[in-house]
Design a protein around this ligand. Structure first.
Ligand SMILES: [Zn+2]
Length: 98
């Protein structure tokens, strides 16, 4: 039985999900890295259908604030995910392997 993609639980760390033309998803996650012992959060978008991955790090020190991240990196990741989801026709792997 197929479960609609919007009813399946989101993987840990996924903050936004876009349904692609092919029925897969583009998932956006925060990517935590460290610089001078300070955690920086960037966004990573990954298409489950074709595997294309794009990172969003503008190098802006204001990324240190959570609110700054949401307005800068995640906004860019959302725009990329939306554009990719509209044209990607790669099918998700049967069984939901990710
Ligand atoms: Zn894709």
């Amino acid at each position: 039985m197929n479960t609609p993609v919007w009813e399946t639980p989101w993987p840990d760390g996924v903050i936004a999900r876009y349904l692609t033309a092919g029925g897969a998803t583009v998932d956006i996650q925060h990517n935590r890295r460290y610089y001078d012992e300070t955690a920086l959060l960037d966004a990573v978008a990954r298409c489950i259908g074709c595997g294309l991955t794009e990172g969003f790090d503008d190098g802006d020190p204001r990324d240190l604030s959570a609110s700054g991240i949401l307005t800068m990196n995640v906004a860019a990741a959302r725009a990329w995910a939306q554009a990719h989801a509209e044209k990607c026709r790669a099918l998700p792997m049967p069984g939901g392997a990710q």
